[in-house]
Design a protein around this ligand. Structure first.
Ligand SMILES: NC(=O)c1ccc[n+]([C@@H]2O[C@H](COP(=O)([O-])OP(=O)(O)OC[C@H]3O[C@@H](n4cnc5c(N)ncnc54)[C@H](OP(=O)(O)O)[C@@H]3O)[C@@H](O)[C@H]2O)c1
Length: 317
């Protein structure tokens, strides 16, 4: 695909994941437009979605705009997160369809998968077969609704959207503020601070048992661009490392890389979330002819290095 003739609108392109996609796709020569809330844009408003879409008139939209965080962030905000994210997801897609955009790439979090299926890995055919986990149900379902809407637009208008189900990501640029950070970033910060301050123990949320797979953000961005180039089915597609690791082992890995010598204590009063969530990569491998290349250790080192150089920004944005 020749990106140099392509105008790409990336809502949420200023965020953690979106900014990595923006950097990569610009290097490939695409003309990239990134709307920002700093300029007054609010995609919870239908008129803003229509206006930005009309003015940009893009060939491709890659939608990374959403309001979310780790499990703790959702508590007490369930109704707002449901309504806000439903509006953003549906209004942007509707605007793209009305503007005759060639392709809408919908970035969907893996937390929209059923949360209580006990399987080695979750594959695309499992996506509709169970309840989203209670800890993130309102966000998960709001994003799932955008997948439904994409399918409906495809049936009614032959609108071309693809729906990429991304595993948890980590890497440079992510949020380390305790309110919004995800488990891996939260762990890195705890061990990083504990080493600096000489704290004797690090408390890890939950039992340490839940298993997740972690995708390095640069790999995730590469996969999204590859999917934008070659994937054209309305059926959702997993984007994941396919490698599961328990929170306990993840904590030990981070402890070792940081060189922290204190104790790890598990706070079992805190919620675990879904017990096992790893995503199958067979379809991704076949459809994209692609697999992520960054090992967890390598990615964690890069992330710690970025945190070290950007500490104040990392913990405040
Ligand atoms: N982070 C992960 O581990 C992960 C894993 C899987 C899937 N995903 C998915 O990837 C997407 C992006 O996540 P992220 O981690 O990059 O989040 P993020 O850093 O919080 O970025 C979210 C982006 O959404 C934009 N946004 C939020 N509210 C908006 C509004 N009302 N109007 C317009 N724009 C708005 C923000 O724009 P401004 O910058 O202009 O404020 C920001 O750029 C989400 O759909 C998320 O579920 C993320």
């Amino acid at each position: 695909m020749d990106w140099s003739n392509t105008k790409v609108l990336i809502p949420g392109g200023g965020g953690f994941f979106g900014s990595h996609i923006v950097t990569k796709i610009k290097k490939m020569g695409a003309q990239v437009l990134v709307p920002s809330t700093k300029n007054g844009v609010d995609f919870r408003r239908e008129e803003d979605c229509n206006k930005v879409m009309k003015e940009a008139s893009p060939n491709i939209v890659i939608n990374c705009a959403a309001i979310q965080g780790g499990i703790g962030y959702h508590s007490g905000k369930q109704a707002d997160l449901f309504l806000d994210n439903t509006k953003i997801g549906l209004f942007l897609m509707e605007a793209a369809q009305k503007e005759d955009v060639d392709k809408f790439v919908n970035i969907v979090a893996g937390c929209s998968y059923p949360g209580y299926i006990e399987k080695e890995e979750l594959n695309e055919e499992d996506y509709w077969s169970g309840e989203v986990h209670d800890s993130i149900f309102s966000y998960g379902v709001s994003r799932k609704m955008s997948v439904v809407y994409g399918k409906a637009l495809s049936k009614q208008y032959e609108f071309n959207s693809i729906h990429l189900l991304l595993a948890n990501m980590y890497g440079p640029g992510e949020k380390f503020n305790p309110e919004q950070s995800k488990a891996l970033a939260g762990l890195i910060k705890k061990f990083y601070d504990a080493k600096k301050e000489g704290t004797p123990e690090v408390v890890v949320w939950g039992t340490g048992k839940p298993v997740r797979d972690w995708l390095y953000v640069e790999d995730g961005a590469e996969a999204v661009i590859r999917a934008a180039e070659v994937y054209n089915s309305i059926e959702p597609l997993n984007i994941s490392s396919g490698v599961g690791i328990s929170v306990g082992d993840l904590a030990k890995t981070i402890q070792k890389i940081i060189g922290y010598e204190g104790k790890i204590v598990f706070d079992t009063e805190k919620p675990d979330g879904a017990l096992k969530k790893t995503f199958g990569t067979t379809k991704m491998k076949n459809e994209l002819d692609w697999m992520p290349e960054t090992s967890l250790e390598e990615g964690i080192k890069e992330t710690i290095d970025w945190l070290d150089k950007n500490y104040e920004f990392a913990i405040s944005h």
